[in-house]
Design a protein around this ligand. Structure first.
Ligand code: SF4
Length: 109
């Protein structure tokens, strides 16, 4: 069964992955194995963060994870929890701007 993600299969949407610093790395660095202990998780996430810190497509990677709603892996040096926090802050800022009468550019049209 094919799951429809709403993403268009065009090369330009995926090309950033060709420059990924993790190309060829073990995916276990980015995804927790079942039953992983908290200390092991912290160590694994720190190793992933170090690799991601030098990655030229870090921003694209994190944005992609937020766009597809990945709930498990490390993307762009962030965990799912951290990405959710970023999205919440962004929504809260937008909501505060709306409530204070400040219109976002797209709302002014
Ligand atoms: S930011 Fe990290 S997970 Fe994303 S492509 Fe770069 S090295 Fe890979």
């Amino acid at each position: 069964m094919i799951r429809h993600t709403g993403l268009r299969p065009i090369a330009s949407a995926w090309r950033w992955q060709e420059s990924a610093a993790c190309h060829g790395a073990d995916s276990a660095l980015f995804y927790a194995p079942e039953g992983e202990y908290a200390f092991a998780r912290l160590q694994r996430e720190e190793r992933a963060r170090q690799l991601c810190a030098g990655c030229p497509v870090r921003e694209e990677c994190a944005e992609f994870a937020m766009a597809i709603g990945d709930r498990h892996g490390m993307w762009g040096g962030t965990t799912h929890r951290e990405r959710v926090a970023v999205l919440r802050r962004s929504r809260n800022r937008a909501s505060t701007a709306d409530q204070s009468g400040t219109q976002r550019p797209e709302a002014r049209r």
